[in-house]
Design a binder for this molecule. Sequence first.
Ligand code: KG4
Ligand code: ZN
Length: 330
Amino acid sequence: MAIVLGIETSCDETGVGIVADGRLLGAALSSSMDEHARFGGVVPEIAARAHLEAMVPCVSTAFERAGIAPSDVDAIAVTSGPGLATALQTGLAAAKAYALAWNKPLYGVHHLAGHVAADTLEHGPLPPRSIALIVSGGHTSLLLLSDLARDPIVHLGDTRDDAAGEAFDKVARILGLPYPGGPAIDRAARDGDPTAFPFPRAMLDSGFDFSFSGLKSAVARHVGQGGPAVPDVAASFQEAVVDVLTRKAVRSCREHGVDTLVVVGGVAANRRLRALAAERCAEAGITLRIPAPSLCTDNGAMIAAVGDLLIAAGAEPSRLDLSADPSAPL
Ligand code: KG4
Ligand code: ZN
């Protein structure tokens, strides 16, 4: 059994998690989101400085919560990309320092593999084949998965413009709601009518790519025409996004003969997405796996989980000159 320390710093979250044998032992998280809010988006240099300040306290807290000592750790896993370059470099520098100081192997991890592996901490190993819908501030991807540690991940579709979370954030700004916009729209939508405005559902029945910029423009045009009720716009916008996401995800499972759908990433915390995905997967006979919201958003445990899988699969560690790859391909 290997004990893996995972470090995640690809965006604004400093995440540290300790995983042993597919089980989460302890974790700590520090977010610099409050510092970015007034800029309406994550400022890379501010994020990098915040990672630097939060890293050692987060690592100490994770060890305390796990009830183990650094000498118990067998390996260090760290996000090497994709993400913000300066933010990634902070995590890599810390992970390399720990690997050197403790004389432990280092594993560079792809951020999206981490999002998928997060679910295994709650629901156990993935079946031999599954499809993942990753919906976050930076990504909207449908991925065909087999063995996460051994086989390549197959990209089925991606967003052609805005990521789903980015669309939530931009529409929230149009509606005068706070940043990050996803949780704000989720809340506002509870009092709204999702059928109030028939916003466009781009590329609904064609292929597996996504496009959300037309929807965002449609909301902006609508709001510009004079003060519609915010809850109705929020609910109608949210419905358009989750309708497209769930329809395409279910269709991709059908077309690829896959019976397990994993939904992860920050937007997977959305209440309506969780409800509609459950409804449509049940209708289609698909097993739906969505982890708790704390495992959906960026965290260190998901990176440790991939490290754990890599070690179990006998993968070679990364070299200590491993560099950040801000636009790492899958
Ligand atoms: O995965 P994540 O924490 O970071 C990235 O890797 O991007 O995702 C953050 C994104 C933000 O765009 C945020 O607005 C969105 O996830 N988000 C939500 C909800 N909670 C977070 N979107 C819709 N509904 C939510 N409840
Ligand atoms: Zn992420």
